[in-house]
Design a protein. Structure first.
Lengths: 662, 312
C-alpha cells in the first residue's frame, strides 16, 4: 500500500519533470505525460479505495533535515475518499487530454502546460496526504501557484492576465488565512503535526477565531459567496481539461481542508458556527444559480454552478456542525455523508460538463450560447453525455446529484428534533431555499441544453461541428456512466463512506449496509430505491412502447416544416435565445442582479442593450481595488529611485528591528 | 401485494382520462353547454394513437424519445402514490421528495422537447413552464414538509397512515398546508388561474405552447401523461388531507369502501374545481409568481405552526 502511494506521487511528479526533458519531442511528450498522469490517477483511486475498505490508516515520515521538523504523511479514510475523487477525474482528464491538446499544439509546444498540470495534480495529492502544517501549506501553495500558470496559459490577451492575477491574489489571500488559522492551533499545541494539534485545548474565543479564519480561507478557495468572484473569471480562461480539474477537484480539496480542520482538528464545535456555515451555504447556492441563469458564456455559467454546488456542500456541512454541537451524532453523520457524497457527485458531473464544454468549444469555435444551437444533430455522442450531466447537476432522480440533495433534505427534515426553536424553523427554510436552488438549476440547464444542442444552428461554425475523437469520447462516456452508477446504486459508496463520520464524529448511519435500499435513519422515516426507480421507468417506457405498437401498429412518420403561423420563412433567429429564456426569471428575481437595460434609437435602427452585473463585484471588489491602488500609490512616493535613500531605509529598519527585539 | 400495487397503478392510468372527461362534463353543465360524453377522452386518445405523426424537420431524436420518457415517469409516480390502499410495498421506493423530483424530471424532458422544435412557441412555453415550476417546487416541498412533520416521516404511506388513523385533519398546520397545496396543484397541472388547458391563444398558453409541434401518437402519450398528472395531484390532495375511508388492509370490503368513498370525494373535488374554473379569470403571467409565493408562505406557516404550537 505504501509503495502504491509512494509510486502515485512519484509518477505524478515525474510526469511533470519528464515533460521538460521531452520538450523537443512533442509527440512523445504528449503520450508519455498523459499516460503517466493516468497511471497516477489509477494509483490514487487504488490507494484511496483500499484505505476506505480496510480502514487502516497509513503513516509515513521523511526527515526534512531540519531538527524537529519531519515531513509527515498520512492516509486515512477521509483523505482516501478525496484521493479517490481526484484519481477518477485525473484518469478521465488523461483520456481526454491527448486529443484535446491537439488544437493547442498548433500554436506552441505544450511543454509548459503539461509541466504545470503535473505539478498541480501532485500538489493536490500532497495536500490530501499531508499530516503536518508545514507539509500541508507547502503542498497547498504548490497547488495554487501551479494552477495560476495554467489559468494564465493564454496570457497573450490582457483580460486573461487580469483573471489569472485575480485568481493568484485570492489564492494567496486564502493561503494566508489558512496559515493564520493553523498558527492559532500551533501556538496552543506547540507542534505542527496533525496528531498533536488534534488534542489541542482552546478557549471558545480562540477556537472561533481559528474556525472562521479556516472557513473563510478554505471557503475562498472553494468559492463561497462573497469570495466567489475569481471562479467565473478564472475557469473560462483556462483550457477546458484544466477547468475540469480546477472546478471538479481543486474546489473539493479546499472542502477537504475545511472538513479536516473543523471536524478533525478542532476539539469542539459550536452550533453558532454551524448556523453561519449553513447561512453562507444557502446564500452561495442561491446566488450561484441566479448568476448562472443570467450567463450566456458556457464556461462562466458552469463556473457559477460550481459556486452553487459548493454552497450545497456547505449546507450539508453546516447541518453536520449544528447536529454535532447539539448532541445528535447520527444526524451529524448524515449531514457529513451527504456533503461528502455531493463532493463526489459534483466532481463527476461538473468535470463531465466542463469536458463536454471543451469538446463543444473546440469543434464549434463558439463559447457564447447565443451562437450555438442544433448541435445534437452534429455531435450526438457529446449531446447525450452532456444531457446526463445536465440531469445530474439539476438534482433530478434517479441520477447522482439527486441522491446527495435528497440526503441533505432528509437531514434538514430531522431538524424537528432540535431543542432550539430558532434552528427548528430556520433549517426547514434553508431546505426550501435548497429546493428553489435545484429548481432554478433545472431551469438553467434546460436553457443550456436547449440553446446549445436543440433547435436550429445559429451560426455557420456550428453547422460544421462534429463529434470529438475517441479519447475525448471515452472520457465523456466514462463520466456519464459514473453519473448513472452513483445515482442508481448509491448504497455501496455510502456504506463505504460510513467510516468517515465514525472517525470524525464518533457515529455512523445505522442502516447504511443495506445494498439496495438507501435508508438514512430508519425505514419508517424514509427510504429511496434508485435502482427500482430507474428499472421501473425504463420498463414502463418499454412496455408502453410495445403495447401501443402491438395495438395500433408501427408508428407512421412524415417530415414537415414546423408551424410558422402561416407566414412562412421561419429561421434560426426566431428561436428563443438564452437571454429570452431567462427573461421571466430575471424579472421575478430582479433584485439579485444589477441590471441595466436600455433601448436606443439611432436613425432607423433600434438597439437594445442589456447589462447584468454581479453586485458583489461592483460594490465590494471594485471599490476595494480602487482603494488598494490609491494606498499603493501613496506608498510609492517612498520610492525615490535613489540608492542612498534606499540604504537609509534599510539602516533605519535594521535599527528599529534591533530595538524591538532587544 | 406487489400484484395489488400493479393493479392499483393500472387503475390509476386507466381512470385518468375518465376523470378529465368528468371535469369537462361538469364545466359544460355549469356553463349550460352541451357536454361531450365523459368517455370522450378515450376516443380522442384512440384517434391520436392511430394517426400519422407529423414531425417537424427541426426536431431531433430527443423530441421522439421524450413522450415515452414523460409517460413512463408519470406512470411510475402512480405506482408509488397510494390510491385505494395505503400500505402497498411500492410506496417505500420513493418518498415525497423523490416524487417532487420525478415530476421535475418529467418536466425537464417536456421543456427540452419544447426547445427542440426550434420555434418561438416551444421556447416560450418552456421558459414560462420553468418560471412557474421554479417557484412552485419550493412551495410544494414546504407543504410536504408540513404534512411529513406530523408523521415524522417523508414516506407517503406513513404520512397517510398517521393522518388517517389519528384523524388529524383539524390541525391548523394541515389547513394551511392544504390551502398551499391547492395553489401549487393548480399551477402544476396548468388549471385556470395559471394556465388555460382549453385554449390555443398564443400569448397566454404555457403547456400547449410546449407541445404545439406534437401530433399523433406522441401527442397521445403527452396528453395521457397530463391527464394522469392531473389525477395524481387530485389523489394526493384527497389522500393527504381527507384520507377517510382509504383501505389499510387488503380485504375486499375495505377496498370496496375505499373505491366508493374515493369516487364520491373525487366527484366533489371536480365540482368545486369546475365552479372555481368558470368563475375565475386567468392571471397575467407575471402575477402567477405572487400566487405561488402565497403558496410558499402558506406552506411555511404550516411548518412554523407545527413546530411552534403542535410540537412544543
Amino acid at each position: 500500500m505504501k509503495l502504491i502511494l509512494f509510486l502515485t506521487i512519484i509518477i505524478a511528479l515525474s510526469s511533470s519533470t519528464l515533460t521538460l526533458a521531452l520538450h523537443y519531442c512533442p509527440r512523445m511528450l504528449k503520450f508519455i505525460f498523459f499516460t503517466l498522469l493516468g497511471i497516477s490517477g489509477l494509483g490514487a483511486i487504488w490507494a484511496g479505495l483500499s484505505v476506505l475498505i480496510t480502514q487502516q490508516n497509513i503513516n509515513y515520515q521523511i526527515s526534512s533535515g531540519f531538527p524537529s521538523l519531519a515531513l509527515q504523511f498520512a492516509l486515512d479514510p477521509l483523505s482516501g475518499f478525496f484521493l479517490a475523487i481526484v484519481g477518477i477525474i485525473v484518469i478521465s482528464v488523461a483520456c481526454y487530454g491527448p486529443s484535446y491538446v491537439r488544437s493547442y499544439e498548433k500554436q506552441r509546444p505544450i511543454t509548459l502546460m503539461s509541466f504545470f498540470t503535473g505539478l498541480f495534480v501532485s500538489g493536490m495529492y500532497l495536500v490530501l496526504l499531508a499530516h503536518d502544517v508545514f507539509n500541508f501549506m507547502l503542498a497547498w501553495e504548490l497547488m495554487s501557484v501551479s494552477s495560476y500558470f495554467l489559468v494564465a496559459y493564454h496570457h497573450e490577451q490582457a483580460a486573461n492576465r487580469r483573471a489569472a492575477l485575480l485568481y493568484l491574489l485570492m489564492a494567496q489571500a486564502s493561503g494566508l488565512l489558512i496559515l493564520f488559522a493553523f498558527s492559532i492551533l500551533i501556538k496552543f499545541a506547540g507542534s505542527m503535526s496533525f496528531d498533536v494539534l488534534h488534542a489541542v485545548q482552546l478557549s471558545p474565543t480562540w477556537a472561533s477565531m481559528a474556525f472562521f479564519l479556516a472557513f473563510f480561507g478554505f471557503g475562498m478557495k472553494a468559492g463561497i459567496v462573497p469570495l466567489h468572484v475569481w471562479l467565473p473569471q478564472a475557469h473560462p480562461v483556462a483550457p477546458s481539461h484544466i477547468s475540469a480539474l480546477m472546478s471538479g477537484v481543486m474546489l473539493k480539496v479546499a472542502i477537504y481542508g475545511f472538513i479536516r480542520f473543523a471536524f478533525g482538528l478542532l476539539p469542539h464545535v459550536y452550533w453558532q458556527w454551524g448556523s453561519i456555515v449553513l447561512f453562507i451555504g444557502v446564500a452561495s447556492a442561491l446566488l450561484g444559480v441566479l448568476y448562472a441563469l443570467m450567463q450566456h458564456d458556457l464556461k462562466k455559467l458552469l463556473a457559477y454552478h460550481s459556486v452553487e454546488n459548493i454552497g450545497i456542500i456547505f449546507i450539508g456541512l453546516g447541518l453536520a456542525l449544528i447536529f454535532t454541537s447539539t448532541g445528535h451524532p447520527v444526524l451529524a453523520a448524515l449531514g457529513l455523508i451527504a456533503a461528502l457524497y455531493h463532493c463526489l457527485n459534483h466532481a463527476i458531473f461538473k468535470s463531465l460538463l466542463f469536458l463536454g464544454a471543451g469538446a463543444i468549444l473546440q469543434h464549434s469555435h463558439e463559447h457564447d450560447l447565443e451562437h450555438m444551437g442544433g448541435l445534437i444533430k452534429r455531435m450526438p455522442y457529446t449531446a447525450w453525455c452532456f444531457l446526463i450531466g445536465c440531469i445530474s447537476i439539476s438534482a433530478l432522480p434517479p441520477f447522482n446529484g439527486f441522491v446527495s440533495e435528497w440526503l441533505i433534505f432528509q437531514d434538514a427534515f430531522q431538524a424537528v428534533t432540535l431543542k432550539s426553536e430558532v434552528m427548528r424553523t430556520l433549517i426547514p427554510v434553508a431546505a426550501a431555499l435548497l429546493a428553489l436552488t435545484s429548481a432554478l438549476a433545472a431551469a438553467c440547464f434546460v436553457k443550456v441544453y436547449g440553446v446549445i444542442f436543440l433547435g436550429q444552428a445559429r451560426t455557420r461554425h456550428v453547422r460544421r461541428a462534429h463529434d470529438p475523437r475517441f479519447g475525448m469520447r471515452l472520457a465523456l462516456g466514462f463520466l456519464a456512466i459514473l453519473c448513472i452508477f452513483f445515482g442508481v446504486v448509491p448504497t455501496f459508496t455510502i456504506s463505504l463512506l460510513n467510516v468517515i463520520p465514525q472517525q470524525l464524529i464518533g457515529a455512523q448511519l445505522p442502516n447504511a449496509h443495506n445494498w439496495l435500499w438507501l435508508i438514512p435513519i430508519t425505514t419508517k422515516t424514509s427510504s429511496y430505491n434508485a435502482l427500482l426507480v430507474m428499472a421501473g421507468i425504463l420498463s414502463i417506457g418499454l412496455i408502453g412502447y410495445w403495447l401501443v405498437r402491438a395495438c395500433f401498429g408501427r408508428i407512421k412518420l412524415r417530415q414537415v416544416k414546423p408551424w410558422d403561423c402561416g407566414f412562412g420563412g421561419i429561421n434560426a433567429r426566431m428561436q428563443y435565445s438564452a437571454t429570452a429564456f431567462a427573461m421571466p426569471l430575471r424579472r421575478v428575481f430582479k433584485s439579485a442582479w444589477l441590471i441595466r437595460e436600455k433601448i436606443e434609437k439611432i436613425g432607423s435602427d433600434t438597439n437594445y442593450l442589456l447589462q447584468i452585473n454581479d453586485w458583489i463585484w461592483q460594490y465590494i471588489y471594485l471599490p476595494l481595488e480602487r482603494y488598494s491602488f490609491a494606498l499603493a500609490r501613496s506608498f510609492a512616493q517612498l520610492q525615490g529611485g535613489n540608492i542612498r535613500v534606499y540604504l537609509a531605509y534599510a539602516f533605519v529598519t535594521l535599527i528599529l528591528l534591533l530595538w524591538v527585539i532587544a | 401485494m406487489w400484484l395489488v400495487a400493479i393493479a392499483q397503478t393500472l387503475l390509476f392510468v386507466i381512470a385518468a382520462p375518465l376523470l378529465a372527461g368528468v371535469v369537462k362534463w361538469v364545466k359544460c353543465q355549469l356553463q349550460n353547454r352541451e357536454a361531450p360524453p365523459i368517455w370522450q377522452s378515450y376516443l380522442n386518445l384512440n384517434k391520436l394513437f392511430r394517426k400519422e405523426v407529423l414531425l417537424a424537420t427541426t426536431t431531433s431524436q430527443l423530441f421522439r424519445v421524450a413522450p415515452y420518457i414523460i409517460f413512463s415517469i408519470t406512470i411510475f409516480i402512480c405506482a408509488v402514490v397510494p390510491l385505494l390502499i395505503i400500505n402497498t410495498p411500492t410506496t417505500a421506493i420513493a418518498d415525497v421528495i423523490v416524487i417532487v423530483g420525478l415530476f421535475a424530471l418529467a418536466r425537464f424532458f417536456l421543456t427540452l422537447a419544447g426547445m427542440d422544435t426550434g420555434t418561438a412557441f416551444g421556447g416560450m412555453g418552456s421558459s414560462r413552464e420553468m418560471l412557474i415550476s421554479a417557484i412552485a417546487e419550493p412551495a410544494l416541498l414546504m407543504v410536504f414538509f408540513a404534512v411529513a412533520m406530523t408523521a415524522m416521516s417523508t414516506n407517503l404511506a406513513m404520512i397517510i397512515n398517521q393522518l388517517a388513523l389519528h384523524h388529524l385533519w383539524l390541525q391548523p398546520s394541515l389547513i394551511f398546508a392544504a390551502l398551499g397545496f391547492i395553489l401549487v396543484a393548480l399551477a402544476e397541472t396548468g388549471r385556470i388561474p395559471v394556465d388555460n388547458p382549453a385554449t390555443h391563444l398564443e400569448l397566454t398558453m404555457i403547456h400547449e405552447a410546449m407541445i404545439l409541434e406534437y401530433s399523433g401518437r406522441y401527442l397521445a402519450f403527452i396528453e395521457w401523461a397530463a391527464q394522469i398528472k392531473f389525477m395524481l395531484y387530485a389523489i394526493l390532495f384527497i389522500n393527504l388531507f381527507f384520507p377517510w375511508g382509504i383501505a389499510s388492509d387488503f380485504s375486499w370490503f375495505s377496498i370496496g369502501l375505499s373505491i366508493l368513498t374515493l369516487m364520491f370525494k373525487l366527484l366533489l373535488l371536480v365540482i368545486i374545481l369546475g365552479i372555481a374554473e368558470i368563475s375565475l379569470a386567468k392571471l397575467r403571467l407575471f402575477r402567477v409568481p405572487y400566487l405561488l409565493n402565497l403558496a410558499f408562505i402558506l406552506g411555511l406557516l404550516a411548518v412554523l405552526i407545527h413546530i411552534i404550537i403542535e410540537v412544543g
